[in-house]
Write a protein that binds this ligand. Structure first.
Ligand code: PGA
Length: 251
């Protein structure tokens, strides 16, 4: 079993003061033996993460990256800039970016590629809407989203993290059952296996209303390698409880 990876997605939340308090609690309460831990914040706070998390064993990352190389792209943040702030991860293709900012599969794939070329691990989000699920299109949708990335990043496929986030479960309090999550994760794992001989290295996270009450059952599934946590990551107690819910893995 792979050691679990728990990633907080703060979304467009936080302030210098609130972040400092939250990070202090995480530093004090984090047990590295249990799981790997990371937080992904908005770009203006990356310097704060770098200074407050250095040496803590907790990694940090961004929530988006430009699909372009540095140049005349006002308002964009390049992968090289994220590297300047020692980001280990960047979330790409979150459903909120796909939905509110029109990001296509190709744009998401280009972002994943830019991250990898700067030495940053992309956390590639895939997930179906409720309408897709009702129409029996879950597998088709998540495979299409992942295949765009695999096609673009090629031999680097084993270096990506995938996050399965059913759109209907994000921020709704409605979670996929452990069986629903495992079924989709198994599909994604098979797709990764077909693309790389090293798919056992890929971590596939579940995201969508994961909380201390449902985390243990989700994280016990064989292909659920961790969680991408939104609202529960803004509360140190809840976030650390999710870490504590990770099954023990002998090193
Ligand atoms: P949620 O968000 O945990 O608040 O549902 C998860 C995510 O969007 O990454």
């Amino acid at each position: 079993m792979r050691k679990k990876l728990i990633v907080g997605n703060w979304k467009m939340n936080g302030s210098l003061q609130a972040n400092a308090a939250l990070l202090e609690q995480l530093r004090n309460g984090y047990d590295p033996a249990r799981a790997e831990l990371a937080v992904c914040a908005s770009a203006p706070y990356l310097a704060q993460l770098q200074s407050l998390l250095a040496g803590s064993g907790i990694d940090w990352g961004a929530q988006d990256v430009s699909a372009h190389e540095p140049g005349a792209y006002t308002g964009e943040v390049s992968a090289e800039m994220l590297r300047d702030f020692a980001c280990r991860y960047v979330i790409v293709g979150h459903s909120e970016r796909r939905q509110y900012h029109g990001e296509s599969d190709d744009v998401v794939a280009a972002k994943a590629q830019r991250a990898l070329s700067a030495g940053i691990t992309p956390i590639v989000c895939v997930g179906e809407t409720w309408r897709d699920r009702e129409a029996g299109r879950t597998e088709f949708v998540v495979k299409r989203q992942l295949s765009a990335v695999i096609h673009t990043v090629g031999h680097c496929t084993s270096e990506i993290v995938v996050a399965y986030e059913p759109v209907w479960a994000i921020g709704t309090g409605q979670t996929a059952t452990p069986e629903q999550a495992q079924a989709v994760h198994a599909v994604l794992r098979a797709q990764l296996r077909a693309a790389t001989a090293h798919a056992d290295r890929n971590r596939i996270l579940y995201g969508g209303s994961m909380n201390p009450a449902n985390a243990a059952a989700l994280l016990a599934q064989p292909d659920v390698d961790g969680g991408l946590i939104g609202s529960a990551s803004l509360d140190a107690g809840q976030f650390l409880s999710i870490v504590a819910a990770c099954p023990w893995v002998a090193q």
